[in-house]
Design a binder for this molecule. Structure first.
Ligand SMILES: Cc1cc2nc3c(=O)[nH]c(=O)nc-3n(C[C@H](O)[C@H](O)[C@H](O)COP(=O)(O)O)c2cc1C
Length: 315
């Protein structure tokens, strides 16, 4: 998620769940071809398994980027066909590409030819107010023939004109049954469900028919939810407390501070860690206090914990 799942956030999530796949923010081909490629490709070794999400629609650029992404050491290459923002539409990529399955297939083929990573696609179930499933089946059919075996499906239409990206994550109704039918029609293809999933019970329920679930916003508003993921997928549960997570990340944070990163960016994803816990609001308040963050050191984390414990001594 743009502005959220940067490498600090992913390092934090990895301290909570050992086996869940993590995804980068969408990075455009333009950023890799013309920008500071090294910075955009950077990740921490601890993040594995980690997927890089690319935004673009020029097969030649996609192929060049695929090579760099593989060389950087990522485990999966995911193409964004779900973002509805005006800016992205002007660049002719994101959700508007659902109407151009042949072009997406060309991009997938170009990336597959250029690297040996699994190429996956994240998309919507339709465009605007069209509720027929014809476009979806045509899209998945053509793109899977080009070599994509995993589709991450945000179970909403994308409305390209008149709704902001935020509204596009809230107003078009969630229609899980459409994704379920998609899986029934393409049983040999991995279908990962996304959209509105906020509890472990819901995940377990969806996993009775879907091949996986992708969690977006809940991962930053309530990151401790991730502590239950390993067990759900049949891996040993990670028996850690929230405090263990912070303790584990202390050395990481201090190293990153030495490298010139700010404490604000390192700990931004930690704000929701005590969500719903006694004193959690105080912890969040201190950790987002601009004055305290200015000192740019670990002390603000200690202060946040101290304030929380003073008012609610048990975690
Ligand atoms: C701030 C923000 C940034 C996002 N950035 C991306 C992105 O870079 N790539 C992407 O595929 N989806 C992005 N999304 C969409 C989410 O991945 C997800 O599809 C959507 O929020 C629905 O899932 P959820 O209900 O679990 O949040 C973003 C969502 C938010 C709230």
């Amino acid at each position: 998620m743009i502005d959220w799942t940067d490498r600090h956030c992913r390092r934090f999530h990895r301290a909570i769940t050992q086996h869940t796949w993590l995804y980068t923010e969408m990075i455009t081909t333009g950023a890799l071809v013309f920008g500071d490629r090294k910075r955009f490709l950077a990740f921490n070794e601890e993040e594995h398994p980690v997927a890089f999400q690319i935004g673009g629609s020029d097969p030649e650029h996609m192929a060049r980027c695929a090579k760099w992404i593989e060389e950087a050491g990522y485990d999966e290459l995911n193409m964004n066909v779900g973002c509805p923002s005006e800016r992205v539409q002007k660049g002719a990529f994101g959700a508007c590409l659902m109407a151009e399955p042949d072009l997406v297939a060309d991009c997938v083929k170009a990336m597959r030819d250029a690297c040996s990573l699994d190429v996956t696609v994240k998309h919507r179930i339709g465009l605007d107010y069209d509720e027929s499933e014809t476009m979806l089946y045509d899209f998945v059919g053509k793109v899977s023939e080009a070599g994509c075996n995993t589709f991450i499906v945000h179970a909403r239409n994308a409305v390209l004109k008149g709704l902001s990206p935020k509204e596009n994550r809230e107003i078009p109704p969630l229609r899980y049954e459409v994704v379920k039918r998609l899986k029934q029609n393409f049983p040999h293809i991995q279908i990962i469900l996304n959209g509105g999933i906020t509890t472990l019970d819901a995940i377990e329920d969806h996993l009775t028919w879907a091949d996986g679930c992708m969690i977006g916003r809940e991962a930053y508003s309530n990151p401790w939810l991730l502590a239950g993921f390993d067990e759900i997928i049949g891996k040993p549960a990670t028996v850690k407390t929230r405090l263990d997570v912070i303790e584990e990340l202390r050395a990481y944070a201090e190293q990153e501070l030495t490298n010139g990163e700010s404490i604000r960016s390192i700990t931004k994803s930690w704000l929701g860690l005590f969500h719903g816990q006694p004193g959690g609001r105080l912890y969040r308040q201190v950790l987002s206090d601009s004055t305290l963050l200015k000192a740019n050191n670990w002390q603000v984390v200690e202060d946040a914990l101290a304030k929380m414990f003073k008012h609610a001594p048990v975690v």
